[in-house]
Design a protein around this ligand. Structure first.
Ligand SMILES: [Zn+2]
Length: 105
């Protein structure tokens, strides 16, 4: 397998994982509240935590999908900001990175 195929497989596996997590979160969010008001308060708190995780997961999924898109277009591994190649070590740690270490926040 070429390095690119490896990267693609890794990104696709990551996307599938994130999609599954999102699905679980959506199922959790769809649950009805308890009749008991104390339990209901606890459930609302849990929901806020779940919402936060959901947003993070959605953002991660968007980055992974964008990286797959760049892979298709042949611009993968090139910094979106300065156009320089992104260091291999950085891509290894964060395959979905779209900017080099110098341009990342
Ligand atoms: Zn850069």
């Amino acid at each position: 397998m070429s390095a690119q195929a490896d990267i693609r497989a890794g990104l696709q596996a990551r996307a599938a994982q994130l999609e599954e997590r999102l699905l679980n979160i959506q199922q959790d969010q769809g649950k009805a509240y308890s009749a008991d008001s104390e339990e209901r308060a606890q459930e609302r708190e849990n929901d806020e935590v779940i919402d936060g995780i959901g947003e993070e997961t959605r953002a991660d999924l968007a980055s992974v999908r964008a990286a797959l898109q760049r892979l298709e277009e042949g611009s993968y591994g090139i910094c979106a900001e300065c156009g320089e190649p992104i260091a291999a070590e950085r891509l290894q740690a964060r395959p979905e990175a779209s900017r080099c270490i110098g341009c990342a926040d």
